[in-house]
Design a protein around this ligand. Sequence first.
Ligand code: MG
Length: 178
Amino acid sequence: MKGTEISDAHAGARQPALICVFDIDGVLADVAHRLVHLASTPKNWDAFFAAAADDTVLSDGLTAVKAAQEREEAIIYLSGRPERLRRVTTLWLAAGGFPAAPVHLRPDRDRRPARLFKPEVLARLGGPAAISAVYDDDDAVVQALRAQGYPVTHVTWANSAQALIGVLQDAQETTGRT
Ligand SMILES: [Mg+2]
């Protein structure tokens, strides 16, 4: 009956907060101004990443993060940006008014597409049962996560740059560099 005792002892315990997961590029950050660096041949990844500090905030993204915060969910930022962009990313989030929260970035030598990298991180965070929502703009990521049972909000609010966003998604899918 030990199991019963344990569950009784925890009957009044607060449930752990659900986690609300936010992609950054195309969800919180408007990257349209730097996608030109990926439209060239060869793609200029250094220039693309170097310009990340100058992204403008997507107001719909900020509103969604604040709403999750008001629901007392745990915020996680999950981006396919390489780990070496951690400092510029955390500074940008703070300057943009986003709440401080864990930032998960792609290991520098991990060249897999985001549709493989992101589910692995989410599984470590507890899988679909632990997640209230995942906000992402990448079709391939959205499909992969939905197939695994995650509640995904497919973000399209950066669609003024939709054609260019397609360039980024294509680049992520074929080279796994972002
Ligand atoms: Mg994105």
